[in-house]
Every structure is written in C-alpha cells, then in structure tokens.
Design a protein around this ligand. Structure first.
Ligand SMILES: Nc1ncnc2c1ncn2[C@@H]1O[C@H](COP(=O)(O)OP(=O)(O)OP(=O)(O)O)[C@@H](O)[C@H]1O
Ligand SMILES: [Mg+2]
Length: 274
C-alpha cells in the first residue's frame, strides 16, 4: 500500500475536492442496518446496469461477506499487510439471479477482515494510502459505496469527508436518533456543505418513519442550521432477517419484499440525482 507523507490529522480548513460518485453509508449507532442497506443498494444499482464497488469499511467486524455468504480470497487485512494491492483484493459478486438470468447485476466487493483491528487502528499513512487507493478505484465505477463502521472516530470522519453524498441510516430508537445527530454535527463542523441523505430503516409504518425523519430534521435545522434530505424509508420487514440468516441477498431471496421495493426507490433516486 502506498504511504502518504502528510499525517492523518483531520483537515483544518476546507477538505480537498470531493469524490462525487462516492456514497458513504453511516449511522453513528451500530446495528441499525448499514450493511444490509449498503449491500442491497449495491445490488439494486448493479441490477439497473451500474458498475458498483462496495467497500466493507468495518475492519473490526467485517460482515458484508458474511451477509452475502461469500469467502473472498483476499481482504483489506491482506492489503494492509502488503500481500496484495487494493485492486487485487477486489472480488466480483455474481449478483445475477440464475433463475432470472438478469444480466448486469454483478457488483464488486472489497472485503474487510473480521478481528483484524479497526480502521481506527490504522496508522495515518496506512489510512491515507487506503483513501487514495479507494479514490483512484472509484474512477472505474459508477458508484463506490462505503459501508462504514459504527462510531465517529477519525477514520470514519476522514472517509466521510471524501464524499459529497452521505447516507445516514437510522431507526426510531432514541439512541439511533441521538447518534445520527452527533455524527451529522461532527461532519458538518468540518464541512457544512456535506449533503446528508437520510434513510429511516426498520420503519414500522410510513407515518412513524416520517415522524422519525422529522425529529432528526428539526433538530438539525434548529441547532445546526442544516437541511436534511429524506432519501427514503425502508420498512421493517421480516424478509430482511430471513435473507441475512440464509446469507443470501434479499434481491435474490425475496425480490418482491417491501424492503427491496423501498431500497429500489432509493437506488432510482441515486441514479437520477447523483
Ligand atoms: N428493514 C429491516 N427490517 C427488519 N430487520 C432489519 C432491517 N434492516 C436491518 N434489520 C436487522 O438489523 C440487523 C442489523 O443489520 P446490519 O448488520 O445491516 O446493521 P449494521 O448497522 O451494519 O450493524 P453494525 O453497526 O454492527 O455494522 C440485521 O441482522 C437485521 O436483523
Ligand atoms: Mg455493518
């Protein structure tokens, strides 16, 4: 991995030019559905013909590969150990359902590595090298999706600040709301122009989902002077748990589920607006 001469401290002023096709998926709080949303968005965008790279940024508890039931030959741990390049660590996920033989649904994955520490434990040079590598890879794709780990450490903040569009996933739990708010506050302090797209996941109903969005949007408007955009609601759907339990993407296992329809809507918005 290439090392960078500058240190890993956050930029004091304006961040440098952003990567427009980078979609960061974050939440602050863990367990709200970032990985499920990231995978299903990647799959859905790929199914609409887009070239997508999904990066599992959760090095400590990598689970993109677990949710998809795959064993990538290489992961970020191998890249950081200098055994393979970032490009060589990319594996292809056969997103086309054999039954439907839909072309163009494959997407690429850069796997994390469970138990190999966390992004936060990378040295400044390693983190900067990783970011540079990701940015140059993004040029080969329509979208680079980063499934970020929970929390708001330096690595999460730096990766977030690389993209123009940040997708914040939250649920109606009060702790999810406060953590999403805290994450937005930290990011906006570095770059108030960041575009925050909110995904309310596990919404029990449309009304409750909209209420959750309104609570966060009002807090951000009143205390941070930030306008949030609702990317969409994803309903609480038992098919999600079922698909994850079977380590099969929901687009294959339950293509007619409400969660798939909800994420397909978000994916359409992305292709139109980003
Ligand atoms: N729309 C949904 N409907 C029902 N259950 C859901 C939905 N989205 C996520 N879940 C449940 O939430 C669990 C956590 O999802 P996921 O692993 O994607 O969260 P995460 O935010 O990536 O967690 P972590 O912070 O640990 O990485 C899933 O295993 C699933 O059971
Ligand atoms: Mg996750």
């Amino acid at each position: 991995m290439t090392s960078q001469s500058h240190n890993s401290k956050l930029p004091a002023g304006r961040p440098r030019q952003k990567t427009s096709n980078l979609l960061v998926v974050a939440s602050g709080k863990g367990g709200v559905g970032k990985t499920f949303v990231s995978i299903t968005l990647a799959h859905s965008l790929a199914a609409s013909g887009k070239r997508v790279l999904l990066f599992d940024g959760d090095l400590g508890l990598a689970n993109v590969d677990v949710q998809l039931g795959i064993m990538p030959p290489f992961d970020l741990g191998d890249v950081i150990a200098g055994q393979v390049t970032l490009e060589d660590a990319i594996c292809s996920y056969q997103g086309a359902d054999a039954a439907q033989s839909k072309p163009g649904a494959d997407f690429h994955i850069l796997a994390g590595k469970s138990g190999s520490g966390s992004l936060g434990s990378l040295s400044g040079a390693e983190l900067n090298g990783l970011i540079q590598g990701l940015i140059s890879l993004s040029g080969h794709y329509d979208y680079l999706i980063i499934d970020l780990p929970a929390g708001i450490d330096t690595a999460v903040t730096k990766l977030t600040l690389e993209g123009e569009n940040v997708f914040v996933v939250l649920t109606d739990e009060p702790t999810s709301l406060t953590d999403a708010y805290a994450y937005i506050k930290v990011i906006a302090r570095y770059d108030p122009k960041t575009r925050f797209h909110i995904i309310v996941n596990q919404a029990p109903s449309k009304m409750q989902g909209q209420r959750t969005f309104a609570s966060l949007a009002n807090a951000c408007r009143n205390f941070l002077s930030i306008e949030l955009k609702l990317a969409g609601l994803v309903h609480r759907d038992p098919k999600v748990k079922e698909a994850i339990r079977h380590q099969t993407p929901i687009l294959h296992r339950s293509p007619d589920s409400s969660a798939v329809a909800d994420i397909a809507k978000i994916s359409r918005m992305i292709t139109l607006e980003i």
